[in-house]
Write a protein that binds this ligand. Structure first.
Ligand code: NI
Length: 190
């Protein structure tokens, strides 16, 4: 297994829509294992393939550490491939989010409390599951990544402005994290 560098804010990869995964193979299994190792190393609860530079519809989640705090059901590590939202329901709730691609920026985002998702697991077996609480939150955040959307895109222009200087620092690579970050895929043209 290997720890992969994480792509950061303003990299075009994070704004690009991902393509479906065609089927499981050794390379995919290796990527999944590496993504878990990368996520745990960074103390993350979710990681989407575009965040490690792969534009495919895959993410990994393990929100047990948060479920522990709130007495929610623990689902353990989840591999979610080619997800489709079947239903969103419940109240629209505000919860604070962060993202490994946007180090040290956190803000509240409004999302539905419960979400039903159809997807393939690691073995490409079709699954459908209903998630609520923290896990629903993480799953919706990661699903956004597959559409090229970041949690920042849900904030008002005012809230986004509050994070401006921090975002500029991340964009120019002037940020320190205790996990490896990827160099930008496109150098900025002057
Ligand atoms: Ni994220």
């Amino acid at each position: 297994m290997a720890i992969l560098p994480i792509v950061t804010y303003n990299d075009p990869i994070l704004k690009t829509e991902s393509k479906p995964v065609s089927g499981p193979d050794d390379e995919l299994h290796q990527l999944i294992d590496d993504m878990f190792e990368t996520m745990y190393n960074a103390n993350g609860v979710g990681l989407a393939a575009p965040q490690v530079g792969r534009l495919i519809r895959l993410f990994v989640v393990d929100a047990d550490i948060m479920a522990e705090e709130t007495d929610e059901i623990k689902h353990g590590p989840l591999v979610i491939i080619n997800p489709e939202i079947v239903e969103k329901k419940g109240e629209i709730v505000r919860m604070e989010e962060g993202c490994l691609s946007i180090p040290e920026v956190r803000d509240e985002v409004k999302r539905p409390e419960t979400v039903t998702v159809r997807f393939r697991d690691r073995h490409f077996t079709e699954k459908q599951a209903e998630y609520s609480g923290w896990l629903a939150r993480v799953v919706q955040h990661e699903l956004d990544h597959l559409q090229g959307t970041l949690f920042l895109d849900h904030l008002s222009a005012f809230r986004k402005r509050l994070h401006k200087s921090r975002l500029q620092k991340i964009d120019s690579g002037m940020v320190e994290t205790d996990y490896p970050l990827a160099p930008k895929t496109l150098s900025k043209s002057s």
